[in-house]
Design a protein around this ligand. Structure first.
Ligand code: SF4
Length: 297
């Protein structure tokens, strides 16, 4: 018997990456033990998950100076060096360090290069987005030796006297890093520290592969999440794609004449949102069939 249900396939690596899962687990463990728990800004770029954590008593903090007592969770992207130091000086505050170990690795490289005697006079190029919190934090570890380069155009215009060290924002694409390195290598002696995290790349590759096989792909994640927006862009080059945040954003009309649907999700999208959406979509074809049979009567 032919099924009326849509075929729904979830992409490999969809949803939480290692760093985000670790941060959420740390937040939940802390909320279970203490009554005043804060995060510096939203812990991840997913409004629904942030709202769920708020119900568990984890509040978003904009001004850490106002906290006299309690635990402050540092988010995966990291925070500027001086702000971290200031938090440590407040003895009433317990710092829960949820900075992703991959981000920390990049921070440690920058910190070491900026203080190492052999690298003392070399500029540290950070390949990344100037306004991204991860890059702002990374630069703060560099003792004024960092310069951020976002793209090939900026690499062409860049001028400096000495040799260069290069690190990267963890979520940069290897293409952008390689292109910038190629341009700079023509004029400078370089040492490249590849600090790109594979989690983003693996998710993008898996989503692209799935997008080629389905009639439609739904990309789930916060509209404020850069990695989800990029995922939607990659998928839309291969098939019809919609970027949604929650089950309420789904429109039945998207599924007319569609037999197979792919689902993927950004690194900040929890499994419970993916599951809710999968179940709703799976039943949509049934709904369409019912409406049609009523129309016939
Ligand atoms: S994307 Fe990579 S670097 Fe960023 S939080 Fe996840 S695991 Fe860490």
């Amino acid at each position: 018997m032919k099924s009326n249900l849509l075929k729904v396939k979830i992409s490999d690596n969809a949803g939480f990456c290692f760093g985000v899962r670790r941060a959420i687990n740390l937040a939940e463990e802390t909320a279970g033990k203490e009554c005043k728990v804060y995060t510096l800004g939203p812990i991840i770029h997913n409004p629904q998950e942030v709202a769920r954590l708020e119900k568990r008593g984890i509040k978003i903090l904009n001004d850490p100076k106002r906290v006299k007592r309690g635990s402050i969770i540092l988010r995966t992207h990291g925070i500027p060096f001086n702000l971290h130091k200031k938090l440590e000086e407040n003895k009433g505050v317990n710092i829960i360090d949820a900075v992703c170990p991959f981000v920390k690795k990049a921070q440690n490289i920058v910190k070491q290069l900026s203080s190492d005697i052999k690298s003392k006079n070399k500029t540290i190029i950070v390949v990344g987005e100037k306004v991204h919190p991860e890059v702002i934090a990374l630069v703060s570890y560099g003792n004024d030796k960092c310069i951020v380069i976002e793209n090939e155009e900026e690499a062409q215009k860049f001028k400096d006297k000495g040799d260069l060290n290069i690190v990267s924002q963890t979520t940069q694409t290897p293409e952008n890093l390689n292109n910038i390195v190629k341009i700079l290598r023509k004029r400078y002696k370089l040492k490249v520290y590849n600090t790109i995290c594979k989690a983003t790349l693996d998710r993008q590759k898996a989503a692209e592969k799935l997008a080629k096989k389905v009639d439609l792909i739904i990309v789930i994640g916060g509209k404020n999440s850069d990695n989800t927006t990029r995922l939607a862009q990659i998928c839309s080059e291969k098939t019809k794609a919609y970027h949604i945040e929650s089950v309420d954003d789904i429109k039945e009309k998207w599924f007319k004449n569609i037999n197979s649907v792919g689902l993927t999700a950004g690194a900040s999208t929890p499994a419970w949102i993916i599951e809710e959406i999968k179940n709703k979509i799976k039943n949509i074809k049934k709904v369409i069939m019912k409406v049609k049979s009523k129309e016939k009567k």
